[in-house]
Ligand binder design. Structure first.
Ligand SMILES: Cc1cc2nc3c(=O)[nH]c(=O)nc-3n(C[C@H](O)[C@H](O)[C@H](O)COP(=O)(O)OP(=O)(O)OC[C@H]3O[C@@H](n4cnc5c(N)ncnc54)[C@H](O)[C@@H]3O)c2cc1C
Length: 258
């Protein structure tokens, strides 16, 4: 069971960060959906709710999303739908249920960088950066490879671009974690493909728009797949190839429709 000894509603990011760094067991609170399942003592829980980090803002060149936005806000955002198609919506809609998605946050999801994360895989194929209070702005694909460092994820920024997208995943039953998840984006110059729940964290490969079979084989051979209780390495490999084909066809069809 989770025991929180002291709760603080931070009145500034500076205060939140100072409190976080005072003790390595102090925790920032997102929606607490993951935290609440843990059996541990948290001497201080730091709440960011008063810091206006729950907005999705459209700027000229990018979209900025606050860390305290819920998954449901992202799923239902007209700005994200208009700019990136159904990618974000499709990566979120199967996560547990609406009540859950009304509390789980973007910050808790991306800070945690879970191997199984559907959201992480979707954001990887966009030109996404995370904004951290102490470490500053870092490309999501780099952040994904970094070890955990205590910091506060305040926002993400996604550059606007002319893009077509598709998200796919395989779940053994509705609301279960993905056996494998997959996102593809076509820009004017390249294809970006992210593969997650490998079962490790999502990895990104980039291919030219006119890629051939040899290039895709070569790119995919660098993605490490493994066994776990949800699926074997061989099953995941078969899914990767099926998703690449399905994703490619979906984007071709969309190009034709435009
Ligand atoms: C039962 C269950 C099923 C799930 N299924 C899926 C699924 O199918 N697909 C999927 O993609 N995800 C899934 N998730 C993960 C979920 O979507 C969220 O990513 C997860 O709950 C974390 O978000 P949260 O807001 O609840 O974070 P919390 O539980 O509040 O926090 C998680 C961690 O992040 C830290 N943290 C929170 N916010 C910040 C911040 N702004 N800056 C720095 N650190 C921060 C906390 O201190 C804590 O260490 C599942 C989670 C659960 C519990």
């Amino acid at each position: 069971m989770l025991h929180i000894q002291q709760y603080v509603k931070a009145s500034s990011l500076d205060e939140a960060y100072t409190l976080l760094m005072k003790n390595r067991n102090h925790q920032i609170l997102g929606g607490m959906q993951w935290l609440k399942m843990q059996d541990r003592v948290v001497p201080m829980a730091i709440d960011l709710q008063a810091l206006h980090l729950d907005e999705i803002k459209e700027q000229d060149d990018y979209i900025e999303i606050g860390a305290m936005c819920t998954l449901r806000q992202l799923e239902t955002s007209p700005i994200l739908l208009k700019t990136f198609g159904t990618l974000i919506q499709d990566s979120i809609k199967d996560i547990v249920g609406v009540q859950f998605r009304n509390t789980a946050t973007l910050g808790g999801s991306l800070y945690s960088r879970f191997g199984f994360s559907d959201i992480l895989t979707a954001f990887m194929v966009l030109d996404t950066s995370v904004v951290l209070y102490h470490q500053g702005e870092i490309k999501l694909s780099d952040y994904c490879k970094m070890p955990y460092e205590r910091d506060i994820l305040t926002h993400i920024r996604i550059r606007k671009e002319n893009i077509l997208t598709k998200f796919l995943c395989m779940r053994k039953s509705a609301t279960d974690l993905s056996v494998l998840n997959f996102a593809i984006a076509k820009t004017e110059t390249n294809y970006r493909i992210a593969i997650g729940a490998r079962p490790k964290r999502a990895e990104l490969v980039v291919l030219p728009v006119s890629y051939d079979d040899k290039q895709i084989e070569e790119a995919l051979s660098h993605i490490t797949l493994q066994d776990n209780m949800r699926g074997s390495k061989e099953y995941r490999k078969a899914l990767v190839y099926a998703f690449v084909q399905k994703g490619y066809i979906a984007l071709q069809e969309e190009t034709t429709c435009r």
